[in-house]
Design a protein around this ligand. Structure first.
Ligand code: SF4
Length: 355
């Protein structure tokens, strides 16, 4: 079959490189990258997410999502004069055999883009606890799966907030994409977690309880297109899966979503948009959150999840902090702010028709 000419803004000057799943249009590399960046700009502008002059902490994991996010924000900053002050913030969870290599990728990116980088470590922030130590302690509780991402998700959110404050950020951005968002929506349905469903469809959080505002500029970008963008821009990123990721409930949800996508290709964006339109009856809404009596963060009880988890760890009972009654507020559960679960480098084409 002859390769079609690009139907994008170049007017067919170049051969097409792929057919975009969302629009069905055959486009060349350059027009694809331009359209991808324009869509992220549209997300930022529609949601009024990052005002001019914002000091933006980019949650950098070294993976494809945060790498593409930082690259696109830099490009938009120079082409559209967004006047954003970008800084990279990386979290070192203390995961042996995994995070060191990912952090090396973040350091290369910071050097290439000449962006300031700040690394926050669990061990420093949380009284010597690393994720490996937490996993060992959780494994001692008999008859229970370790569910490391549940613990790590709580601590990561706190660590990113602390790191962003340390660099003087006014806003936090994370690299969550449409696939991540669809998985989260499905997970919340499967758990019957009305509280998270109630806030899961927005583009981020405005900064309740004194927290910094957070947003997800890639929320409507598919994972496949993010991989293609990274490939066309020759971005250097880390693509190993976190050693604890196979234990996560999210992995089962991801497999279910892939099966659904095979028969309904639009299912990912359908789920993202369904969460935007979801309306809960007043009785199903969680009560307004209070403030943690220890650190002042948003909390559904007297202690927020992070402080309660650290208390539980120090008393040898980490699971006391992750009880069912704690879900539903601004606190995070299973790795919601982590995109470190890629199983190897994702294929470049997948369901995308590449020429
Ligand atoms: Fe933490 Fe992410 Fe690894 Fe889970 S996958 S343990 S949330 S770094």
């Amino acid at each position: 079959m002859p390769v079609p000419r690009c139907s994008g803004p170049c007017g067919g000057a170049r051969p097409a490189a792929l057919r975009r799943p969302r629009t069905g249009r055959a486009v060349c590399r350059s027009c694809f990258c331009g359209a991808f960046e324009a869509e992220v700009l549209g997300t930022l502008r529609t949601g009024h997410l990052l005002p001019p002059g914002a000091v933006v902490a980019v949650g950098a994991s070294g993976g494809k999502d945060s790498t593409v996010l930082a690259h696109v924000l830099r490009a938009l900053n120079s082409h559209h004069s967004l006047a954003l002050d970008l800084r990279l913030v990386a979290v070192d969870e203390g995961i042996g055999g995994y995070r060191d290599a990912a952090l090396a990728a973040v350091r290369r990116q910071a050097a290439r883009w000449q962006l300031p980088l700040h690394v926050v470590a669990y061990a420093q922030l949380f009284g010597g606890w690393t994720m490996d130590e937490v996993a060992r302690r959780a494994a001692r509780e008999p008859g229970r799966a370790r569910a490391c991402c549940t613990f790590c998700g709580v601590l990561r959110r706190r660590a990113l907030e602390e790191g962003a404050r340390a660099v003087g950020a006014t806003h936090i951005v994370t690299g969550h994409n449409a696939d991540d968002m669809a998985e989260t929506v499905l997970m919340n349905f499967l758990r019957g977690d009305a509280g998270r469903l109630a806030r899961g469809g927005t583009l981020g959080s405005p900064g309740e309880g004194g927290a910094l505002p957070r947003c997800r500029p890639l929320q409507f970008a598919s994972q496949k297109e993010i991989v293609l963008y990274a490939h066309f821009q020759e971005l250097d990123y880390f693509s190993e899966e976190c050693v604890y990721a196979p234990e996560a409930f999210r992995g089962y949800v991801r497999d279910l979503l892939k099966a659904l996508e095979a028969t309904r290709p639009s299912v990912v964006l359908d789920l993202v948009h369904s969460a935007e339109r979801l309306a809960l009856t007043p009785a199903a809404r969680p009560p307004p959150p209070g403030a943690c009596t220890r650190c002042g963060a948003l909390a559904s009880r007297s202690l927020c999840q992070a402080c309660a988890l650290l208390d539980g760890l120090n008393r040898g009972r980490p699971r006391l902090a992750i009880g069912k009654g704690r879900k539903g507020l601004g606190e995070e559960g299973e790795g919601e702010n982590c995109t470190s679960r890629d199983r190897g480098r994702p294929t470049l084409t997948g369901a995308i028709q590449a020429f």
